[in-house]
Design a protein. Structure first.
Length: 144
C-alpha cells in the first residue's frame, strides 16, 4: 500500500509576510509586527511582543509547521532566545485580505500552557488562548 503525503507550501506573498513578522519579532520592531496583525487579535499580538522582548537578543526564528485550512493558513513559528532554553512557540492563523495582503487573525503562544492539561473550570476562552493575562494569573498562583 502506498500512502501519499502532500507537503503544504506557502504562497510567496504569505511567505514574505511570515518572514517580515518573524523578523519584526526578533528585532523588537513593534510597529512592523503590529502592521501585520489584524485588530481582532491586537491584544494577543501585544502580549507576544512583550514576551518576545523578554527573550532578546533573539537567536533565530524558524517555521516549524504549516497547514492550509480552506482559504487560511496556520503557521507555527519558534523564536529562540540567546539564553539557553529560552523559546517561544506561536501558532499563527493567516488570512488573505481582499486587497491581496496577508494578515494575522489569530495568534496563540502555545508555550504558556501545556496542551495536555485541561483548562481551569472558570477559565474564559481568552485565558485558554494563551494571553498575557492568563500567564500573569498563573504566575500569581505560583507566588501563593
Amino acid at each position: 500500500m502506498t500512502i501519499k503525503v502532500k507537503r503544504t507550501g506557502l504562497p510567496p506573498e504569505l511567505e514574505a509576510a511570515v518572514g517580515a513578522y518573524a523578523a519584526a519579532l526578533a528585532a523588537g520592531d513593534e510597529r512592523g509586527a503590529a502592521a501585520l496583525v489584524d485588530g481582532r487579535t491586537a491584544e494577543a499580538g501585544r502580549a507576544v511582543l512583550v514576551r518576545a522582548a523578554s527573550m532578546r537578543p533573539a537567536g533565530c526564528v524558524e517555521v516549524i509547521a504549516r497547514a492550509r485550512l480552506g482559504f487560511q493558513y496556520i503557521v507555527k513559528l519558534r523564536l529562540m532566545g540567546a539564553a539557553a532554553g529560552a523559546t517561544m512557540t506561536l501558532q499563527c492563523r493567516w488570512h488573505r485580505e481582499d486587497g491581496g495582503g496577508w494578515r494575522l487573525i489569530e495568534i496563540e503562544d502555545t508555550g504558556l500552557r501545556s496542551p495536555w492539561k485541561k483548562p481551569e473550570e472558570n477559565a474564559t476562552p481568552k485565558d485558554v488562548a494563551g494571553t498575557a493575562d492568563a500567564a500573569k494569573r498563573g504566575a500569581e498562583k505560583a507566588d501563593g
